[in-house]
Design a protein around this ligand. Structure first.
Ligand code: SF4
Length: 243
């Protein structure tokens, strides 16, 4: 995917445009668009595939039974919803909860890309197989769930979708264990960033990658001592204050 220059200067601006968006046919059947919710300065961003019925009715992501499970798993990390940002690949509900069509994903992707660039999370947690494949096309959720993967300046942590865990109790424990890796994922993401110029924001390639060469497991070391400048040390303290 070619990197696109964001047209928006804030997450709120993106949300405002999403609410009235008619770029794809999903606008014809939605009740409310669901731009996303949470902290726009977070280190951890959750991305599902698309809104379901409850989300479509309320205009908020992950508010049904799957959302309640996600909240309880976040509390175990420990994190609160307001500590993270939660959104979906497509912002409007596909009818009958079908998978979004490729042209619908393509139409909506600039919003997600801009959200990632503006929020600049250290860790992207994908919820479910479909969301994982947007970032890690060669992945297999049964093999790759819970892995901490370098996607170019930040890390990906794919986990099962909470709705799948509700349907299959065996996945519930797996999802719980994978979610508990979030603090480790944040620590490992710190190894990926190099000292920045004072006052500047670290540069990233787009997190939405199509190249296998861009994706590698992060080294298992958790040593974050060799990262350098005061600026970065302050940045690390800021990010780790989540935990
Ligand atoms: S799914 Fe995305 S592109 Fe399609 S109408 Fe909704 S906000 Fe617009």
């Amino acid at each position: 995917m070619s990197e696109q220059k964001p047209r928006w200067s804030s997450v709120d601006q993106i949300a405002a445009e999403v609410l009235s968006c008619t770029r794809c046919v999903l606008s014809e059947t939605r009740t409310r668009a669901v731009p996303g919710d949470g902290s726009s300065t977070t280190a951890v961003m959750f991305i599902g595939e698309g809104p379901g019925q409850n989300e479509d009715e309320q205009g908020l992501p992950f508010v049904g039974r799957a959302g309640k499970l996600l909240n309880s798993l976040l509390a175990e990390v420990p994190l609160q919803r307001e500590d993270v940002y939660i959104t979906n690949v497509v912002k409007c509900r596909p009818p009958g909860n079908r998978d979004p069509e490729p042209d619908e994903v393509a139409a909506c992707l600039p919003y997600l890309q801009a959200q990632i660039e503006l929020i600049d999370p250290r860790v992207i947690v994908t919820l479910g197989r479909h969301s994982m494949l947007r970032f890690y096309p060669q992945g297999k959720i049964s093999n790759d769930h819970g892995r901490i993967i370098d996607i170019g300046g930040r890390v990906l942590l794919p986990v099962y979708h909470p709705a799948a865990a509700l349907r299959n109790p065996r996945l519930n424990q797996t999802l719980r264990e994978d979610m508990r890796r979030i603090p480790e994922a944040v620590r490992k993401s710190l190894l990926l960033r190099r000292p920045a110029e004072p006052g500047s924001k670290p540069e990233h390639r787009s997190a939405l990658t199509e190249s296998e060469e861009d994706v590698q497991p992060v080294a298992e070391s958790s040593d974050t001592s060799a990262t350098g400048s005061d600026t970065e040390a302050a940045d690390q303290r800021d990010q780790m204050s989540l935990f």
